[in-house]
Write a new protein. Sequence first.
Length: 101
Amino acid sequence: MAKKIRVRKADIEWAKAVKERDHYTCQRCGARHQGQGMHAGHIVSRRYRNTRHDLENGVTCCFGCHMFLHQHPEEALEFFKKHIGAEKYEALRLRAQEVEK
């Protein structure tokens, strides 16, 4: 049985803000529509609290592209670095992994 993902109000608000920022357009393939077909995905894993709700850590993708990126981590990394820039990606990754004081 798959583990259920816990979604909080902040997660829902973050996803909505990411999709609105990207005009409900898949940043990988260009598909565009409002509704259930668009996902707000995390560039750096959402398990890191420092960047979980950071808009810079979000990208709008259609269902197909979101699944592709999860199943092909090398291509996902290449896409993210191209999408936001290698320097921004590295800064985001480092910020995500900072130890909270």
